[in-house]
Design a protein around this ligand. Structure first.
Ligand SMILES: [Zn+2]
Length: 342
């Protein structure tokens, strides 16, 4: 992008109350069949309009067409039985009832491509589309077939690559892979997680991002954060290898987190989506707070590689709070843009 400090969000935005119960994560749909299909597209239009009106430069669907950032993708795959459920510990943090991998996984049809085409038809701005990362997908399932996290992740990476290539052909400018699991399973990330990610982006010409955060502002995550101490150094475990990888951009949680900003030095040369909006609080940042986070990051990220962003998705927030945060992000980026131009 030619514009300095182009703004975007990490992913989800609140859904309208007529589509799903608001301020609730993974809230079930309120509509069915064609009404649901129409409702999702209408919600996408609203999410797009709110981003445009707030001056967000790189826009997304606000994840209006999906219920969950991982399972909605997996629902479209063969080899996974959603009736057969087991309880597993997700990201070593909380128990969840998850579907079971019962046979070879494959993608009979594209998953998000029609939605992405629709988004493309609605805007001339650059668009970003989020997919789950292979390691995070594996961590959200019970595997009774491959019996190897690495093997299953490798298969998912191939499937994600098929989807990503179709998204690129549909006009998506930036494809993002959500990998919160990268913040937990450091040995596996270095042994095979990043290799799987590189398989997922193989042959793409559009830009690619990996989003690594400390999660939505839900209790399991905020409780976990309390155990991490005063300095969160998780990123340093995976940054050296990510710096060497083919991924173009890294999307990180920075504002209100205890991540020492100097860790960004370890990924010098990569584009960085700097989380300058805390999604775990209803308090709306001031533009000056956003600017302070961006200035701090500029010590370690070249200005032409810095992309102001949110820490994570904003689905669980009220629409009013999310809108306020989008406006703050834009205004804070504008302050720093003016300083850089001076
Ligand atoms: Zn996130």
């Amino acid at each position: 992008m030619k514009k300095l400090l182009p703004t975007s969000t990490a992913g989800s935005l609140p859904k309208p109350s007529w589509l799903a119960e608001p301020e609730k994560l993974w809230s079930p749909w309120k509509l069915q069949n064609t009404e649901l299909a129409d409702g999702k597209r209408d919600a996408l239009r609203v999410a797009l309009q709110e981003q445009s009106q707030s001056g967000i430069d790189i826009v997304s669907d606000g994840e209006q067409t999906r219920q969950h950032f991982v399972t909605t993708f997996i629902e479209h795959l063969d080899g996974v039985d959603f009736e057969k459920r087991e309880t597993v510990k997700i990201r070593d943090r909380y128990d969840a009832s998850v579907p079971t991998v019962v046979g070879p996984v494959s993608r009979p049809n594209s998953v998000f491509v029609e939605d992405a085409k629709f988004l493309r038809s609605q805007t001339d701005q650059p668009i970003k589309w989020a997919l789950p990362g292979p390691m995070t997908m594996v961590d959200t399932l019970f595997d009774a077939h491959y019996k190897s996290r690495q093997k299953l992740a490798w298969e998912f990476a191939g499937i994600l690559n098929q989807e990503a290539k179709e998204l690129e052909a549909a006009g998506v400018d930036i494809i993002q892979f959500d990998e919160p699991a990268f913040n937990v399973f450091f040995d596996e990330v270095n042994e095979w997680g990043i290799a799987c990610l590189e398989r997922a982006i193989d042959g793409l010409n559009c830009e690619t991002v990996v989003h690594i955060c400390y999660g939505y502002g839900i209790k399991a995550n905020t409780d976990w954060k309390k155990t991490l101490g005063s300095e969160w150094r998780q990123y340093q475990e995976v940054f050296p290898k990510l710096q060497q990888s083919n991924i173009d951009m890294i999307s990180l949680e920075c504002h209100n987190s205890h991540v020492p900003m100097e860790l960004l030095e370890l990924i010098r040369g990569k584009k960085v989506m700097v989380g300058a909006i805390d999604v775990a609080t209803n308090i709306i940042e001031t533009p000056e707070e956003v600017a302070a986070t961006l200035r701090h990051a500029l010590k370690y990220v070249d200005a032409d590689k810095l992309y102001p962003c949110t820490n994570c998705g904003m689905a669980p927030l009220s629409r009013e709070v999310a809108r306020g945060k989008l406006n703050a992000l834009k205004a804070g980026a504008e302050i720093v843009r003016r300083e850089l131009a001076a």
